[in-house]
Design a binder for this molecule. Structure first.
Ligand SMILES: Cc1cc2nc3c(=O)[nH]c(=O)nc-3n(C[C@H](O)[C@H](O)[C@H](O)COP(=O)(O)O)c2cc1C
Length: 184
């Protein structure tokens, strides 16, 4: 048996009871045996400053190393003002620099998102897809995991309790694994 496919999970929310971090924890539990998801916490990533991109803080080097070591990336993003949160964009920008040394280059990816609204992070997800064009990442197209009106789909600790959403997450992971194998 070969090694497991490694997926790096990144939540775009720093909130303690975050629905998106809860969805990512659910993905860790639902992950098929042939893969494993490790989560990178972006909370300690400082604000991007291009003056530092040739000699970035140690946490950025660690972040880039973890991205490079992963076979695929899984983003769980909230929607803030119709796009992805600034903290997630900031983390993406750091790992894309310096020019020509992006850690994202060529990575298969999947996106999911949870929102208290009915549009269910669709606008944020499509913004993230747009970024992936320039980053030269390869996101799966389907299934799109958009967990809308999510207040009652998580328990008081932010754990996902909605079976339908879990089913979509499982299908998304299966699609990501198949896609990762295909383009590897
Ligand atoms: C600054 C800000 C902007 C927001 N903008 C949107 C939005 O555009 N669309 C939406 O569906 N929800 C929006 N929300 C509500 C989020 O869906 C909600 O806060 C959600 O819990 C964030 O995800 P999290 O639980 O993972 O932190 C916004 C929340 C904040 C704090």
């Amino acid at each position: 048996m070969g090694e497991k496919i490694s997926i790096l999970g990144i939540s775009g929310s720093l909130r303690k009871g975050s629905f998106n971090s809860g969805a990512l924890r659910a993905a860790v539990d639902l992950c098929p045996d042939e893969a494993q998801i490790e989560v990178f916490d972006i909370a300690s990533i400082p604000s991007f400053n291009q003056d530092e991109d040739q000699d970035p803080p140690a946490i950025i080097q660690e972040f880039k190393d973890r991205i490079r070591a992963a076979d695929a990336i899984l983003f769980a993003t909230p929607e803030y003002n119709y796009s992805i949160p600034g903290v997630l964009k900031n983390a993406i920008d750091w790992a894309s620099r310096p020019y020509g040394q992006s850690a994202w280059d060529g990575k298969p990816a999947a996106i999911m998102g949870a929102s208290i609204g009915g549009i269910a992070t669709a606008r944020a997800q499509y913004d993230l897809r747009k970024m992936m064009v320039f980053l030269n990442m390869f996101p799966i197209n389907k299934p799109e995991v958009m967990i809308g009106n999510c207040g009652d789909k998580f328990d008081a600790e932010g754990n996902l309790i909605d079976e339908e959403s879990k089913k979509f997450i499982r299908q998304m992971l299966e699609a990501l694994i198949a896609w990762t194998k295909k383009i590897k």
